[in-house]
Design a protein around this ligand. Sequence first.
Ligand code: PEP
Length: 254
Amino acid sequence: MRIPMIAGNWKMNTTVGEAVTLVRSMLSGLEKMNGVDRVVCPPFISLAAVKDLLKGSSVKLGAQNIFYEEKGAYTGEISPLMLAELCEYVIIGHSERRQYFGETGDMIDKKIKAALNVELKPILCIGEKLEENEQGKTQEVLTHQLTASSDRGYYVGGLVIAYEPVWAIGTGRSASGSEANETIGFIRQLVSHQHGSDIADNVRILYGGSVTAENIAEFIRQPEIDGALVGGASLKAEDFLSITKQTAEIRGLS
Ligand code: PEP
């Protein structure tokens, strides 16, 4: 059985003090929802402080990005070894990184390898842009993105996929539950073609894109969807708790 996951991508929000306050306000509520993997991904600068708060907790910590070199003259970058001391998960290939920072399939693949080398579990984001969706190219784009980062070992190492249609991120316009279910079913088939049904049946595939406390149920009721990568709504303790609680309830875990 695939354990559902709710991961909060805080993006470039919260100072260290705000991050600590936010985690404090959610922690006891999150602790109660054990059947769901709960992950918070604050900015790099807050990881150490949040890690201290999560000591002894079942809530997990993730980073939002990684660089693929181990160390050296890469001013401003954060290496896999640095993150491995702090986190269990790392978001890789978010569409904002592809769009604003020029990340390519090749770079994303190197990042996944680098993360797995230090036993960090990647949350690989894939998704089509609005015009690609409108031109009926969704499956082609997803196939291309997934094939660029495809190795059986990645899945064995704990890779999680997040299907995030770019047109749904931060726009308030989410996909419908059935649309997301269909596309995630397609991604699972693709994984099955590439690596076999044992891998495909076990990989967790999340939906991301304007998930809220109001619409999470629509996604979690779908059989192919194993949880959500949540941006904006993960910054509000009450909403993130509600999203996690509904996930546990719908999956019969609470
Ligand atoms: C995201 O950042 O991955 C995301 C899905 O953002 P939002 O929930 O705000 O659309």
